[in-house]
Design a protein around this ligand. Sequence first.
Ligand code: NAI
Length: 331
Amino acid sequence: AKDPVRVLVTGAAGQIGYALVPMIARGIMLGADQPVILHMLDIAPAAEALNGVKMELVDAAFPLLKGVVATTDVVEACTGVNIAVMVGGFPRKEGMERKDVMSKNVSIYKSQASALEKHAAANCKVLVVANPANTNALILKEFAPSIPEKNITCLTRLDHNRALGQISERLNVQVSDVKNVIIWGNHSSTQYPDVNHATVKTPAGEKPVRELVSDDQWLNSEFIAVVQQRGAAIIKARKFSSALSAASSACDHIRDWVLGTPEGTWVSMGVYSDGSYNVPSGLIYSFPVTCKNGEWCIVQGLSIDEYSRNKLDLTAKELSEEKDLAYSCLS
Ligand code: NAI
């Protein structure tokens, strides 16, 4: 039998945490033959709720779940973890300035970076979900210099999956037959959902989405807007932000990273830019990536037309501004 993998979920008493921990305990994230030990962190006001989640995990009697650590102590939470899913953060409240929210999250991610750096297992893989996800991941990277930058990522897979979902609904095809959409840039409304390289499996072979959706107008405006604004639409409908889809996408992100992407398929991940596609290096930016042997690699050589170029640059600009704002909170 395999040794258990230790998976940290921060903010585990929250909405996404509640959807995510049972998925991990059922093997959705790491596979049905991979035992796990869950580490759950939350803050003191949520300690009782966190303990309730722990009780439910015990009650669910998951065969793969070999242990649960539920704590408000960051060091205890981070000790020995192989995977860290950072869902905890400070939400924007009404009337709060952007800078104040940033400042709270910068200090959270700075201190959690240090705890991971000192106490996590070597080669721990980190996924930041909490918003502003790209910039929180960047701060985490800066303050955990001994963790390889390749190991620090943020979640844009939800946006990627939303794009697959929209194409599948529009064409009335199975979502599993749609692939290779791309989310470029920030997990925010400036992200660029790009279908220029996406395809659909049909009885007559793989066809470009651009060929099947003849309505360019829809692809160039409504599709993009729907994906960009989907988070807000969920809040409007549910009165809470996306949780089950966020949790499921977080599992997809880690599973593909650890176990590999299928041949011929790429996914979107927020990763540390190396300057590919002329995206400024030093930002955590969402790119198309393939994964193999536990490592992601940015898909190279895709053609970028002028329309797309502007959109790639616009979301990069927003990320540079977020980075500056984050740094101004440090000093
Ligand atoms: P929530 O408010 O229900 O849960 C957040 C939890 O984090 C709470 O239990 C809170 O006590 C905890 N927390 C706060 N500060 C913490 C700290 N310093 N250490 C540990 N835990 C801490 O929020 P929800 O709905 O679960 O969302 C979590 C985050 O994920 C939010 O920032 C949200 O904006 C973001 N999000 C990101 C998505 C993405 O695609 N990247 C999609 C959906 C949400």
